[in-house]
Unconditional design. Sequence first.
Length: 158
Amino acid sequence: MRHAKSSWADEGLRDFDRPLNRRGKEDSPRMGDYLAGLGIIPELVISSPAKRAKETANAVCGRMDYDLNRVSWNEDLYFGSSIDYVNTIRSAPDDVQTVMTVGHNPMTADAMAGLATEYFDHRVPTATIACFEVELGSWKNLENRSCRLLWVMSPKEL
């Protein structure tokens, strides 16, 4: 998932500290409701610790009844590259079936494109979620071009 729409109102804030704007605060819970309605509740949520990503993850998880104390904060999802997103997923325990990352573009879109078995040409606007399926014995074995894209959903499409 890419974080929801952020605010640029306070030009003095560091990028890391930018919060969600009104639309972002509306879209985040809607996306959580969407996942809950599909019965998709990740067993592991790993998010960038940047303020807008944290607010997104907390709002989405709150709507899925995911314990907010279980969200894992990973700075690589802010400071790193799309490879760090894949490596973050690779670090998931093997007893976890469903992992969700909450991060930033272009890394989120690049990671999605890299994981997809087919050509991934989807736009990834704010608060967009892509759902992939992969069969692995261990998350450590996750490779690029190994995941089947099931769907991509943005708040505007809901």
